[in-house]
Design a protein around this ligand. Structure first.
Ligand code: 3H9
Length: 699
């Protein structure tokens, strides 16, 4: 039995391949050994190559990830059967290692996948060559392009696994190995199993469909297309040559800005959970039962997120009709997931049973967490918090889903400000991964730690932010929206701005986002910030007019665009002429605007605000801001987030452009002091993070 023991996830870091190789030599030489079982210690089989090593390679530092060819060949050529025993997740290099074994057995809850595209690379340890030999070309393409793991049952059905083991994995794997050994050799070498490969002709449609899938679902990304080239090589070339081709392709991927950005995104997401003063030993509260106040879109979505994680949740609204409407939406959402095959009817019923409607606070005295999701109004929120403070048990956390309001002011309405925190969910709350965790002045570290743990339990990414207006995400969104509106008044059209942003990689253009959220919302947010507007600084003019015309976006069939039943935005000449007339009346000269200027102004203004937020300490790291934009705002992952993107463009270049925009447009464009300092020093936000991290951790 060979146990791979490299916590936390048994990555194939330095020493691990060498250790496996040495253990294999010993097992092969030892006459009393008739078969070998390879298993992972702790919570998982091998979760892949060590991404730290890949990161170094992507930045041209260090030796990079090891070439595993010799090790995998040694396993496959071993004279004794090698059985890979899989639990947890066999991912990337982990699955590639497993595929070099002669057999694979797995626990029913195990998962296996090739998620390399999520890091901007392709499998680099012969996965693109062995996977299609085991599961066929179509399934291999799907797994490698989507990056999504498959479960054990699918693995068994596809031929990736030979057997599923109920009960103790090691006992089952050893019994299987004994059986196999008793049967005698030869044992199947994956590299020789060509029966599922087919030919280039027979796979033409599959490969073309895969490329189509890659272009559609992984827009502008190079790795998902590159991995299909590697799989095609498995079909057209002998194994050894296919492996060589795979190595060439992964080297190209590792030399790309996309892999650097995506690897940054991977580590930034994990770093966000590290908060100074909070450690694994920080006490957390157990969240056994929760309650949500408000059965609107957000409240319903939050209740679903809790139920999906197995947390029973009460949901309250003031009126039966509102409660009925909210629950009907929840039911419809679940039914649609069942129809799409995401989970079974039985799972849906279990989840629905966890959501209990209420018209009174009956039962609230028992819950461990209350999340308020009422209308965005300070007086109302204070009233709600004063009320729940009286009935909730002393150790119940009181959270608010506000997206703009001051957490400290809300907390002051209670006698337990240390138990009050902001949990800013993103719509739809049961789908979106981001949870902005807003720490008030009084919020205790135990409450922050509990909320971070809750985010993980809800399968969300929790990012702790400071209590400033709009927090991090929306605070940066506001100048971005404003700049887009100014650009159309100067000569662009909403469609041009949106197309430029979409081509840059944003999930949606900003005007389409505005229409989706509702222009009434955009208008209300604008009113909130009106007092910040200074005399002499230009104010966008068209939004107000659209709002007054009742063009509130998708919900009224018209906003910045027109909409038909398909809900696709259609350019509207009426809006374009309104923009032109407005610009004329305000004496704003119109000119042709290049896409490049659109990107620079929209993204640079966001970066500038991000630098201010960072400087003020409302975000701990530039990486946290990136994580927020990647998981909650549709920023393209392959650009690493706005702050990482700024580093790749060069802070000096961004700073110079901002100075230029300041000359052209005035003080709105004043460069953030941190950006100025870093630009002048030749620094980067990544460098800023590293120095802050060093202070946080200490020498
Ligand atoms: C690859 O294999 C390339 C190959 O084709 C061959 C090339 C030659 N390396 O996510 P968590 C750390 S590419 C280094 O919070 P979970 C992670 O940073 C790789 N570190 O836990 C964190 O550290 P910290 C293909 C890794 O339970 C800690 O482990 N594989 C790696 O929520 C816990 O992580 C992948 O892409 C790694 N491979 O989820 C899998 N993996 O505590 C990537 C994790 O200091 N990993 N860490 O912040 C995952 O998807 C999840 O971590 C996993 C566990 C599902 C495994």
């Amino acid at each position: 039995m060979i146990t791979i023991d490299n916590p936390p996830v048994n990555a194939l870091g330095p020493g691990v391949p060498e250790g496996i190789s040495a253990a294999l030599d010993r097992a092969e030489q030892e006459p009393s050994v008739s078969a070998i079982v390879m298993i992972g210690a702790g919570r998982t089989f091998v979760a892949g190559a060590d991404i730290k090593q890949l990161e170094e390679q992507a930045h041209g530092r260090g030796p990079g990830a090891p070439n595993l060819h010799a090790l995998l060949k040694k396993i496959e050529d071993c004279g004794k059967p090698v059985v890979m025993a899989i639990h947890g997740t066999a991912l990337g290099g982990g699955l590639e290692l497993a595929m070099a074994g002669h057999y694979r057995v797995a626990r029913p809850d195990a998962q296996a996948g090739q998620p390399e595209v999520n890091l901007g690379i392709i499998p680099g340890a012969e996965g693109s060559q062995r996977l299609p030999r085991l599961v066929g070309v179509a399934a291999a393409v799907d797994m490698c392009v989507s990056g999504k793991p498959i479960n054990a049952a699918e693995g068994l059905q596809l031929g990736l696994f030979d057997k599923l083991v109920e009960g103790d994995l090691l006992t089952g794997a050893v019994a299987f190995a004994r059986e196999i050994a008793a049967k005698g050799s030869p044992h199947p070498k994956t590299r020789e199993r060509n029966e599922k490969l087919g030919t280039l002709e027979s796979n033409a449609l599959v490969l073309a469909a895969g490329r189509e899938q890659a272009r559609k679902t992984r827009r502008n990304m190079t790795a998902p297309l590159a991995v299909i080239d590697a799989i095609e090589a498995a079909v057209t070339m002998p194994f050894e040559e296919g492996c060589k081709r795979e190595r060439e392709i992964i080297q190209q991927c590792l030399a790309s800005y996309q892999s650097r950005a995506l690897i940054h995104a991977f580590f930034a997401e994990r770093a966000a959970a590290r908060i100074p003063g909070i450690s694994k030993d920080t006490r957390t509260y157990k969240i056994r039962k929760a309650a949500v106040i408000g059965a609107g879109t957000m409240g319903g979505g939050i209740a679903m997120a809790c139920a999906n994680a197995g947390i029973p949740v009460l949901i309250i609204d003031a009126e039966q009709a509102a409660l009925d409407r909210g629950l009907a939406t929840v039911g419809k959402n679940y039914e649609s997931s069942v129809k799409k095959g995401r989970f079974s009817q039985e799972t849906m019923e279990q989840r629905l049973a966890l959501i209990q409607p209420r018209l009174t606070y009956n039962g609230f005295e028992e819950v461990d967490l209350i999340i308020e999701a009422v209308f965005e109004n300070m007086a109302l929120k204070k009233q709600v918090f004063a009320g729940i403070d009286k009935i909730a048990k002393a150790d119940c956390i009181l959270a608010t889903n506000t997206s703009t309001l001051d957490i400290d002011e809300i907390a002051a309405a209670t006698f337990r400000p240390h138990m009050v925190i902001g949990t800013h969910f993103f719509s739809p709350a049961h789908v979106m991964r981001l949870l902005e965790i807003v720490r008030g002045t009084a919020t205790s570290k135990e409450v922050v730690a509990t909320t971070l743990a809750l985010a993980k339990q809800l399968r969300k990414v929790g990012v702790v932010v400071g209590n400033c207006r709009g927090f991090v995400g929306n605070r940066m969104m506001l100048p971005y929206m404003r700049e887009a509106q100014l650009l159309v008044e100067e000569g662009a059209t909403p469609a041009q701005v949106d197309r430029a942003l979409y081509d840059f990689g944003m999930a949606m253009g900003i005007f389409a986002v505005d229409d989706m959220g509702g222009l009434d919302l955009a208008w209300r947010v604008r009113q909130e910030y009106k007092h910040l507007e200074k005399p002499g600084v230009r104010v966008p003019l068209v939004l107000e007019q659209l709002f007054r015309m009742g063009r509130l976006g998708q919900k009224t069939g018209a906003g910045w665009y027109r909409y038909d039943e398909s809900r696709k935005p259609i350019s509207d000449p009426e809006v374009e002429s309104l923009i032109e007339t407005t610009a004329k009346q305000a004496a704003i000269p119109r000119r042709t605007i290049r896409d490049e200027e659109i990107i620079e102004r929209c993204i640079d203004v966001m970066i500038n605000e991000g630098a201010r937020i960072l400087d003020e300490g409302h975000a701990q790291r530039a990486g946290d801001i990136d994580t927020i934009y990647l998981t909650g705002y549709g920023f393209p992952a392959y650009r690493g987030g706005p702050m990482w993107y700024a580093d790749t463009v060069g802070l000096k270049k961004i700073y110079d452009r901002i100075l230029e925009f300041q000359r052209q447009h005035g003080e709105w464009w004043e460069p953030a002091p941190l950006l100025k300092r870093l630009a002048e020093e030749g620094g980067t936000f990544a460098g800023f993070d590293a120095s802050r991290e060093a202070i946080m951790v200490g020498p």
